[in-house]
Design a protein around this ligand. Structure first.
Ligand code: SAJ
Length: 416
């Protein structure tokens, strides 16, 4: 089988490499020439455990190459970004997906399978993608097998989840779903469930929406508990002892290119109806401001004005700062102009962070943990020894501070 993938980002690159590892001939296409050069040289442009080794393996095997241009193939997989439109309800911007479909049309042949993996608003396949294929003279389900198979892998464990997660394969017709399922049987060991395209679109969105709504509930409970002087972390731990309760973890907000983006796609399609989904977005988006307000309170009687932020990525152990609540906290603090703000993040390679932790905490008055990187979980006695005021505010509730001189505050003990 020959596969042509369009988009070599956080999903497209690992997916392409995984197929190539399983002896499929893969041409990976991206519009960014430096990504193409990097990959063809066997170098990775994103951080993901195990992926560098897998890339080296498929380059060695000769089953993967990156290119600026598509080629004829048996199947095409589109994994390009679907950001929010800048409109009232932040609807789904399909322009990258539709332009990817237009790019492959000249290379299509009867019998090809075309799969969209990008997360898309409900009905996008039926209302926008299928008409493009039909305008090109093909009948979906007869000439071209058109499929939405949403990606569902968790950054940080993509290679494992690509193989072991269940896949939802939504076809425009049953024959499309069957043709799509056959492609994923190459390496997927989870269940491959066939359905129609709009059910697949909506179920993918509901997975991320479920998580966003649950986190919003946890964040709201955190605010309520702080008002009532109750430790929210203990409350959640106790409540989760019930066999049918699974409250998520409160934090500085919800980031990344999935949970902070996808629920709006549903809201935009049914704004009068999707009230809880919209409210959850509002609650999660209020968290950076809540963290800043808490920082201001903690800094009230402190003479020094230096704050060190630990972690800028949207979550732990990744290098992705898209929609990161930590960046929003940093920007809000800087906009106040009251403090000297420093940032330290061992996963971010940029001038916005300081390279050495010792320098970042030197004479600092408050360390604020914003990302749950493993590096921050166990801090030894020396870590905070050169701070001016030894105080840590851990918005991720993950740090184990050994140094008894350090005052440690997390979301559960903020009120004290
Ligand atoms: N977060 C919390 N509290 C929690 C869990 C997460 O505040 O209890 C925050 C994280 O710190 C982060 C954000 O939520 O800022 C999102 O992180 P995440 O780990 O929940 O998810 P993503 O965005 O990295 O990946 C999600 C996954 N979806 C689900 O788990 C339902 C992944 O499987 C999807 O493939 C991915 O979205 C996607 O691409 O849609």
């Amino acid at each position: 089988m020959k596969l042509c993938t369009i988009g070599l980002g956080y999903i497209g690159a690992p997916t392409s490499i995984m197929f190539a590892k399983h002896h499929v001939e893969v041409v990976g296409v991206d519009v960014n020439p430096s990504v193409i050069d990097f990959l063809n040289e066997g170098r990775l442009h994103i951080e993901e455990p195990g992926l560098q080794e897998a890339l080296s393996e498929v380059i060695e095997m000769g089953t993967f190459k990156a290119s600026l241009y598509p080629e004829k193939a048996d199947a095409f997989i589109i994994s390009v970004p679907t950001p929010n439109h800048n409109d009232q309800w932040k609807s789904c911007d399909l322009s990258y997906v539709l332009s990817a479909v237009k790019t492959i049309i000249p290379y299509l042949e009867k019998g090809n399978v075309v799969i969209v993996e990008s997360t898309i608003a409900p009905r996008s396949m039926d209302d926008f993608v299928k008409p493009l294929i039909e305008q090109a003279g093909y009948e979906a389900g007869e000439d071209i097998f058109l499929v939405h198979c949403p990606e569902r892998v968790l950054p940080g464990q993509i290679l494992h989840e690509l193989v072991y997660n269940n896949r939802i394969v939504g076809g425009i017709t049953d024959a499309c779903a069957e043709a799509g399922a056959a492609i994923y049987r190459t390496f997927v060991q989870g269940e491959i469930i066939q359905t129609n395209a709009k059910t697949a679109e909506m179920s993918k969105l509901m997975e991320n929406t479920f998580r966003d709504v649950n986190i919003a509930l946890a964040n709201e409970v955190a605010k309520v508990c702080n008002e009532l002087e109750i430790n929210v972390l203990e409350v959640i731990e106790m409540a989760n002892k019930h066999p049918r309760v699974n409250l998520h973890t409160p934090g500085p907000g919800v980031g990344g290119h999935c949970l902070a983006v996808d629920p709006y796609f549903i809201v935009a399609k049914a704004p009068e109806t999707a009230k809880m989904i919209n409210l959850s977005r509002l609650i999660n988006c209020s968290m950076p401001e809540y963290v800043v307000k808490s920082i201001n309170t903690l800094m009230e009687n402190v003479h020094g004005k230096t704050i060190t932020l630990f972690g800028l990525t949207y979550k732990g152990n990744v290098d992705d700062i898209r929609e990161s609540p930590a960046i929003e906290v940093m920007d809000l603090l800087k906009a106040q102009g009251k403090y000297e703000i420093r940032a330290y993040d061992p996963h971010v390679n940029s001038s916005i962070v300081m390279n050495k932790m010792e320098e970042a905490v030197h004479q600092s008055d408050l360390v604020v943990v914003l990302t749950d990187h493993n590096e921050f979980k166990w801090m030894d006695d020396e870590a905070f020894s050169n701070m001016r005021n030894k105080r840590v505010f851990d918005t991720r509730n993950i740090m184990n501070v050994m140094d008894k001189e350090v005052e440690y505050i997390n979301l559960g003990t903020l009120y004290m």
